[in-house]
Each structure stands twice: as C-alpha cells, then as structure tokens.
Write a protein that binds this ligand. Structure first.
Ligand code: SF4
Length: 465
C-alpha cells in the first residue's frame, strides 16, 4: 500500500481535479508533455501552477545524462514533499538501477505510478485511478492543435519515436525502443492545424529525422485524399507547401548525413524549407565514429557537406560533438578540429565525454582522464567559436527576415528575434533595435525585415526596416 493521501471521486458538478505538471528534457519529451496536457484538458482536468495547489503532480523526466537524471530525481522529491501524490513518466521512468530495479521507484518508493516515455494512455490511466475524471469534460475548449508548451508562434512537430541505431554512448533506444514513424497523414494534419492556429515556425524533431518511414518501408499514406510516401523528402515537400500560404518556416532537426539527404537541398534552395540543418556529427574521425557506432559513419561527411553548401550557399549547419571519447588520440582530436574549420560549422555545441550508466561505451578501452576530456572540450569550443563568429561577421550589412520572439513597450523599443540561422533555445538571437520609422512596430510572432549592423558574441544586432 502506498502511503499517500486519498482523493475523493469528483462529485457531479464538483470542481475538476487540478494537476501540477513539470516537463523536463528535450523537445521530444516536450511533445509527450503536450500530448498528456492536451488529453488532461480534453477530459476537463485543470492545471495547477504550484505543487501544493494540485490534486496530483505529473513529472515528465529526462534520463539522458547524469545531470538530467539528478534534476529529474530532485524534482520528483520536491513534488513528493510538497504534494505527496506524484506520477512519473518519461525516459528516466524506463531506466533500471544497478540491481535491475526501476530507478525512480528505488529512489522514490512513494510515487503513485511510473511509466516510460511516450505513454500518454498509461499516464492517463494512472491519473484516472488517483484523481478521477471530472464528469463534465470541457472537450470543446481544447484547441485543434492541442496544448502547446512553446510560445504560440513556434511549435515542435514530432514525426517518429525511438531509434534503430545503437550508438555506444547512448541509451535512448533502450528507453524509447526502435524507430516507429508516425503515419504521414497524421503528421501533415497536425502541421496544417498548427499553421492554421498561427504557428510561424515548425520545428521537425525525432531521434533520426533522416530515417523517417524506414520502419514502414516508406509505405504510401494519404493526406487530404492524396497519396504521400512516408519518407523524409516527401514529408518535407508537403510541409513546405502547407507552410507557404502562412509565410511560415519549416526547420529540420536531427538529420544524419546520408546520401538521400542530398535530395532536400533543392527544397532549401527554393525556400520551401529553411536552409538550416541540425546534423549531430559527434565526431569526424572515421575510427572514433566507428567506435561510437554512429549512423552514416562510413559516409564522406566533409565532402557531402561541402557539396550541400554548393547546392545551397545559404545553408547553415548546427551540430553537436563529443570530445574525449574513449580511446580518442590527440591526432583524432586534431582531425575533429580541422573538420570544424573546413566544414565551417556555423553553430557547434560540444560535450566532454561522460559515461552514461548502461551505455556500451563504458566498456571501451582507453578511457581518458576527466581533465583531458574537459581540456579538449575547451579547445574545441575555442575553435568552434572562432569559426562561428567569423561566419556571423559575414552577415553584417545583409537584410534578413527575423521572427520576433520578444517585443517590449509595444514593439517601439526594439526586441529580440531570430533569423533562419537560429533555432529557438539552442542558437543565437537577433537583437532588434528600436524601429526608425514611427509607423513601424514589432509584434511577437510576426516577421520583420532587418538590416544587420553588428555582431555581439553569438548574436546579431539588426535595424528593423
Ligand atoms: S542515433 Fe544514436 S545517439 Fe541518436 S538516439 Fe539513436 S542511438 Fe542515440
């Protein structure tokens, strides 16, 4: 028996139960949170901004790196002490401890229920059990797009779950399972509803966007009565068509450098999807990539990237890297630094390798001392920043389309936005100066043209025109 306070069944006409919600982790986890919140709202549950004011609390966790695990466990602990009735979902919920027991339950035995990621129905079943459904659901109050945790003008669109790769440093497949692509008709219907609700930037996410449809053998689905293949190229072409009447952007994340990605470049050159690719290279040296078991590790990444740049000169590449992977020699690390310089990576993030419990890389020989890993990360970032800042400098004098994220003082005193080169949260910003023309104001969620006048770190400063 769990030692938790009981909640009475909601009487007919009584107040609907309130659910506290904490969403941690990556954009994929965020879309899971949105599905759960949408379902809660559809059934008439209310949300509470505080743990204490809720009838129960749902914590959507992240279990990817040690810091994320700690943050998730701490948040569950906080919710338990302030509320006492906690349901845990997400990646951490699928992890086992060293003894093979559920990690969350081992640390916090008083939680009401624990599920893995993308488990909306299981979470709802637990909610129904511990805070019974209201009798008068406000179904009609839920927007067609569901509940979004992002600002109204951009949204993440998850196209698949799980991953068929087995990178040695990663435990996501053990938590999220193999690749399961969403039906192309569902994905496109969701995209259309989002654009119709005012979304101006759609961020396509998954674990491996380039693999979309592999599990379904690229079968033909239907959207609006028309056949569409479940494949990245066809999906992106359709998304571009849906975005066009709204003047909206489509941005692609987690794309691997497979040969078939070449086919996307014409769509980018034609402006149907943004000339921006988030390609998590992780390393450049073939031997390190082989030890990492990375997708597309056998591809000639530098040649491919230079060819992409030729096909679409505006292309911006964001990537993440790992420095100090087990066995990484100084020569292999130098190869990585040369790659960043030659490939002219616009935006790069770098982690010093850190072992993740349960990952195969932990058993690889040649683990490097923490100081070496950290020192390489710092050297990497110094080079990556030089490249990034030099590339930003080239934009001074250019006129760019900027999507406004913040516009205080009714948009008369400038604001903050992003160009096609900046994804929300992870890249830089465009700092907008106060408009010169009295008739011009900046509005959140709208585009403005702006002339770049200077750079500031990873950001641009621009004058709205
Ligand atoms: S591609 Fe590799 S790093 Fe990415 S989710 Fe799959 S296994 Fe993990």
């Amino acid at each position: 028996m769990q030692d938790t306070p009981a909640i009475p069944a909601t009487p007919v006409g009584g107040k609907p139960p309130k659910v506290g919600f904490v969403s941690l982790g990556c954009p994929k986890a965020l879309t899971d949170s949105e599905l759960i919140l949408t379902q809660l709202s559809a059934e008439g549950y209310e949300t509470s901004k505080t743990f204490a004011g809720a009838d129960l609390v749902i914590v959507n966790t992240c279990g990817f790196i040690d810091d994320a695990v700690k943050e998730s466990l701490d948040t569950i602990g906080e919710a338990l002490s302030e509320n006492g009735r906690v349901i845990v979902t997400g990646c951490l919920g699928a992890r086992a401890d060293a003894a093979g027991d559920n990690l969350v339950r081992a640390v916090h035995p008083k939680v009401l229920a624990v599920t893995g990621p993308h488990a909306t129905q299981e979470v709802m079943d637990a909610v129904h059990q511990h805070a019974p459904k209201p009798h008068d659901p406000f179904v009609d109050l839920v927007p067609a797009t569901g509940i979004k945790l992002t600002p109204k003008h951009y949204a993440y669109l998850k196209i698949s779950e799980g991953c068929n790769h087995r990178c040695t440093f990663c435990i996501i497949p053990s938590m999220r399972g193999d690749l399961v692509s969403r039906p192309v008709g569902d994905v496109l219907s969701e995209a259309r509803a989002l654009f119709e609700s005012g979304v101006k930037e759609l961020l396509v996410v998954s674990q491996d966007t380039s693999a979309y449809g592999v599990d379904l053998k690229y079968r033909t689905g239907f959207f609006d009565g028309k056949p569409v293949k479940t494949r990245m190229l066809e999906l992106c072409a359709q998304l571009g068509e849906l975005a066009a009447p709204h003047g909206a952007w489509v941005r692609l994340h987690y794309v691997y450098p497979y040969p078939h990605v070449d086919e996307l470049l014409p769509l980018m050159a034609e402006g149907r999807v943004l000339p921006y690719l988030d390609v998590p290279f992780q390393h450049s040296h073939p031997e390190v990539l082989r030890r990492m078991k990375r997708p597309a590790s056998g591809e000639r990444n530098l040649e491919r990237l230079l060819m992409w740049r030729e096909a679409c000169p505006e292309l911006v590449i964001r990537s993440t890297f790992i420095a100090g992977f087990p066995g990484e020699t100084e020569a292999e690390f130098q190869h990585l630094l040369d790659f960043v310089r030659e490939a002219q990576i616009d935006r790069a993030g770098c982690f010093a390798y850190s072992p993740v419990a349960g990952a195969a890389a932990n058993d690889l020989p040649g683990a490097l001392p923490t100081e070496v890993r950290e020192e390489r990360r710092a050297r990497f970032m110094a080079v990556a920043e030089q490249v990034s800042i030099a590339r930003l400098q080239h934009r001074v004098g250019a006129t760019m389309q900027v999507l406004v994220d913040k516009a205080p003082a009714l948009g008369r005193k400038g604001g903050l936005g992003r160009s096609y080169a900046d994804a929300p949260e992870i890249d830089g910003n465009v700092r907008l100066l106060p408009p010169e023309k009295a008739s011009k104001t900046l509005k959140v969620g709208e585009f403005t043209k702006a002339r770049v006048v200077a750079t500031e770190g990873h950001d641009l400063i621009a004058q709205p025109i």
